[in-house]
Design a protein around this ligand. Structure first.
Ligand SMILES: Cc1cc2nc3c(=O)[nH]c(=O)nc-3n(C[C@H](O)[C@H](O)[C@H](O)COP(=O)(O)OP(=O)(O)OC[C@H]3O[C@@H](n4cnc5c(N)ncnc54)[C@H](O)[C@@H]3O)c2cc1C
Length: 425
């Protein structure tokens, strides 16, 4: 395994970092003010136009078609770029690389009909609209998607949806136009547990779609929001079915693979930032006659954060590399599940240590640490809670153990072996 970025990726990274420093960072305070006031940042479109003109656009999209705008980096090459974008919570949007759009674009690239591509994929690729992926529901444990209840039935040439969704990221964004809704099939051909759900493309302005509220995440708000939605007799043409009837699960699984890896890459960037801030603060703040950096416990926190970030980075790169090898999703499911858990836990630990070094200021909006901690905490749920991912890892480990059929027992030291060691000659 070679984790060295290609020369192209190195050039792109340099270009991206320079762009962020010159054009994005100066707007950071203004973005946070807009987020707190719940208004869309007025400078976003200009930044997007500039990024696109510089070729810093759709950096994470796979090379499926030549005619689509994008730079088509491998997942491994994309990793350091995602890391750089992760340092600011909002910068991925500038480069059309933010969740949930990147995952949705990939889903559409793989499953949309030509008409659906033209109506939805093209404007998404060009950054003219944004989208949301609506799966979780308030009334059922959504970590088990077989529970999902929002229903879809076929009626003449239409699909009719009813249900309630929540924590749907992106819906409050002023450019959000598309919901990809995971529904339970109604009717005679509903299908068995894992074939009983379908995905439907629903324009956000369809009658019957109601945005109930934008839910703050531990009192943090973002312009794109995490919204609760009510779908009441929502009617769309039958041609809005994405993929096949009953293929919702299979498509959702494929969608979450690269998306999870991208989240984890951004996490590494966020943790690097928290550690940098913690070190700077420790070097300038004095208590009881010495700098915080000279206290051994502070040194331990800094060292532990460095060790954990580097361990996580290696796991993330390994998963990105595996994705690039084109292995089927089921073969790398456990790797992706592992990094999702490792990255989310890492972020809360590293941010927590940094907050402790900062003292009370670490909890204020004057540093990004409180947001970084909160996002790390949210990561332990979004795209599935830790426990579900741990279950995936454990199941694969146990499947390997079953396949070994107890062969490892040869490593026991039994009384019989001690009494009569085998003769070599
Ligand atoms: C910031 C944020 C953004 C989000 N964005 C979206 C989005 O865009 N679209 C969307 O559809 N959803 C989104 N979600 C929702 C997220 O995907 C769900 O919260 C997640 O899947 C868990 O579902 P749940 O909240 O219903 O928890 P539940 O399913 O009720 O689970 C509760 C707890 O039960 C435990 N548990 C569950 N299963 C197991 C198991 N097998 N073994 C052991 N313990 C278990 C876990 O501890 C889990 O935390 C978002 C959530 C957050 C916080």
């Amino acid at each position: 395994m070679d984790f060295e970025p290609s020369p192209n990726a190195r050039d792109r990274l340099q270009q991206l970092e320079a762009f962020i420093e010159r054009f994005v960072l100066p707007y950071n305070a203004a973005w946070h003010r807009c987020a707190a006031e719940g208004v869309p940042p007025p400078f976003m479109q200009d930044l997007k136009d500039l990024a696109r003109a510089e070729g810093l656009w759709n950096l994470c999209l796979p090379a499926l078609r030549e005619d689509e705008p994008g730079t088509r980096l491998s997942n491994l090459d994309y990793a350091p770029l995602a890391q750089a974008m992760g340092r600011l919570p909002w910068s991925a949007e500038v480069f059309n690389c933010s969740a949930p759009d990147s995952g949705n674009m990939e889903l559409l690239q793989q499953n949309a009909t030509p008409a659906q591509r033209e109506q939805w994929l093209q404007p998404l690729l060009e950054g003219r609209i944004r989208s949301a992926f609506a799966m979780s529901e308030p009334d059922v444990a959504s970590s088990d998607p077989t529970n999902l209840q929002t229903s879809v039935r076929r009626e003449g040439g239409q699909l009719v949806l009813n249900g309630r969704k929540w924590f749907i990221t992106g819906v409050a964004h002023p450019q959000c136009r598309l919901l990809i809704v995971m529904c339970r099939n109604e009717g005679d051909d509903a299908g068995a547990a894992h074939d009983s759900h379908s995905m439907v493309l629903v324009p956000l302005d369809t009658p019957g779609v109601q945005v109930v509220r934008n839910i703050p995440i531990m009192q943090h708000r973002s312009p794109e929001g995490h919204c609760e939605l009510l779908l009441r007799d929502v009617r769309v043409p039958a041609a809005n079915l994405l993929g096949g009837w009953g293929q919702g699960f299979a498509m959702a699984q494929a969608r979450l693979g690269p998306g999870r890896v991208h989240h984890c890459m951004r996490t590494i960037g966020q943790c690097e930032l928290a550690l940098e801030l913690a070190c700077d603060r420790a070097l300038e703040r004095r208590a009881f006659g010495k700098y915080l950096a000279d206290q051994s416990n502070v040194q331990d926190w800094i060292a532990e954060s460095r060790l954990e970030i580097d361990q996580a980075r290696l796991l993330v790169l390994q998963a990105a590399w595996s994705l690039d090898q084109g292995r089927p999703a089921r073969e790398i499911r456990s790797q992706v599940a592992a990094i999702k858990v490792v990255a989310a836990r890492l972020q809360t630990r590293v941010a927590d240590r940094a907050m402790q070094i900062f003292g009370a200021m670490g909890l204020s909006p004057d540093t990004p640490l409180a947001w970084l901690w909160t996002w790390g905490r949210a990561m332990r749920f979004l795209d599935g809670p830790d426990e579900v991912h741990l279950r995936t890892v454990a199941r694969e480990e146990l499947a390997r153990a079953r396949a070994r059929q107890g062969a490892s027992a040869a490593y026991f030291t039994t009384p019989e072996q001690l009494a009569a060691p085998p003769r070599i000659r």
